[in-house]
Design a protein around this ligand. Structure first.
Ligand code: NAP
Length: 267
C-alpha cells in the first residue's frame, strides 16, 4: 500500500475551511474511493469545499495525487492513497492508516467502479468476477473496515450505484448485478447501523460525462441523449453536490434510500 503525504495547509489560505465554523463538514474526515478522476474527484472536491479533510483513494497512489492536491487548495487536510479496493486485507490496513493519519473517517464514499461490457454469451468468468470484485466486494470491503470509526462518529456512508441496477442494460449483466448488489447492501447496512446513528444511502447516476462513458461514439451518444427527458448527459457535479448534501447536516434523517440522478432516464 503506497501513501503520499501532501502539505496540509495551502499557503494562500490564512483561515482554512475546516477552521471556519460555517463550513458544514468542518472537523470531519471523508474517505472517497475512485477519487482520481470523474465523479470521484468531483465528490472529493465538493467535500473539501464543505470543509472536510479528504482521503483520496485510487488504484495507485500517484493516480490520486492530483485530486488530493486540488482538495488541499480548499481544505486543511488532503492525502492521496493507493489500494485495489477488491483486496480485503489491503483495504483494512488502508482504513487503519487513514484513521491514524487523518482521524475518522466520518464520511465514506464508495465510488470506485469499473465496467467490462459484453453480451452474456461472450462474457467471461473474469469479466464477471473483476466487475463484481471491484464494484460490489470493494464496497463491502470499505464498509466493513470503516464501520467501527463510522459508528463512533455517527457517520455517513454513500455508495455510488447506477441507474442500470434498476433498469438493466444489454451487455452489462455483470455491472448491473454488481450495482444492484450495492443497493441491497445499502439497505441492509442502513438497517444494521441505524441504532448507531450512521446513515447509509446510495446514489444511482444515469449517464454522466466521464472517462467511463467517453467510449460512446457520436451516434450512440446522440441516441442516448435523445432518450433522456432532460436532453443532456449528467455532469460530475450533478452527483457530487448530492453526495455533499447527504454527507452534511441536511442528510441526517435520510437512510436506506437510493437517489436516482439520471435526468429522468428511468421514468
Ligand atoms: P472513471 O472515470 O472510470 O473512474 C473510475 C475510478 O475508480 C478511478 O478513480 C479509478 O482509479 C477507480 N478504480 C477503478 N478500479 C479500481 C480498483 N480496483 N481499486 C481502486 N480504485 C479503482 O469512472 P466514473 O465515470 O467517474 O464513475 C465513478 C462511479 O460512478 C463508478 O462506480 C461508476 O460505476 C459509477 N457510475 C458512473 C456512471 C457514468 O455515466 N459515468 C453512471 C452510473 C454510475 P484509477 O484512476 O487508479 O484507475
Amino acid at each position: 500500500m503506497a501513501i503520499l503525504h501532501l502539505p496540509t495547509l495551502h499557503p494562500k489560505h490564512t483561515l482554512t475551511a475546516s477552521q471556519d465554523t460555517n463550513s458544514p463538514l468542518a472537523g470531519q474526515t471523508a474517505l472517497v474511493t475512485g477519487a482520481s478522476r470523474g465523479i470521484g474527484k468531483a465528490i472529493a472536491l465538493a467535500l473539501a469545499a464543505g470543509g472536510a479533510k479528504v482521503a483520496c483513494v485510487a488504484s495507485r497512489v500517484e493516480n490520486a495525487q492530483g485530486a488530493a492536491e486540488a482538495c488541499s487548495e480548499l481544505t486543511s487536510g488532503a492525502m492521496a492513497f493507493g489500494v485495489n479496493v477488491a483486496e480485503t486485507a489491503a483495504v483494512a490496513d488502508l482504513v487503519k492508516t487513514i484513521s491514524k493519519e487523518m482521524g475518522g473517517p466520518n464520511i465514506l464514499v464508495n465510488n470506485a467502479g469499473i465496467t467490462r461490457d459484453q453480451i452474456l454469451m461472450r462474457m467471461t468468468e473474469d469479466d464477471f468476477d473483476s466487475v463484481v470484485g471491484v464494484n460490489l466486494k470493494g464496497t463491502w470491503n470499505f464498509i466493513k473496515a470503516a464501520t467501527r470509526p463510522l459508528m463512533k462518529n455517527s457517520g455517513r456512508i454513500i455508495n455510488i450505484s447506477s441507474v442500470v441496477a434498476v433498469m438493466g442494460n444489454a451487455g452489462q449483466a455483470n455491472y448491473a448485478a454488481s450495482k444492484a448488489g450495492v443497493l441491497g447492501m445499502t439497505r441492509s447496512v442502513a438497517k444494521e447501523l441505524a441504532s448507531r446513528n450512521v446513515c447509509v444511502n446510495a446514489i444511482a447516476p444515469g449517464f454522466i460525462d466521464t472517462d467511463m462513458t467517453a467510449a460512446l461514439d457520436d451516434s450512440s451518444r446522440e441516441a442516448l441523449v435523445g432518450s433522456i427527458p432532460l436532453q443532456r448527459m449528467g455532469n460530475v457535479d450533478d452527483i457530487a453536490q448530492t453526495v455533499a448534501f447527504l454527507a452534511g447536516p441536511a442528510g441526517g434523517y435520510i437512510t436506506g434510500q437510493t437517489l436516482v440522478i439520471d435526468g429522468g432516464l428511468s421514468l
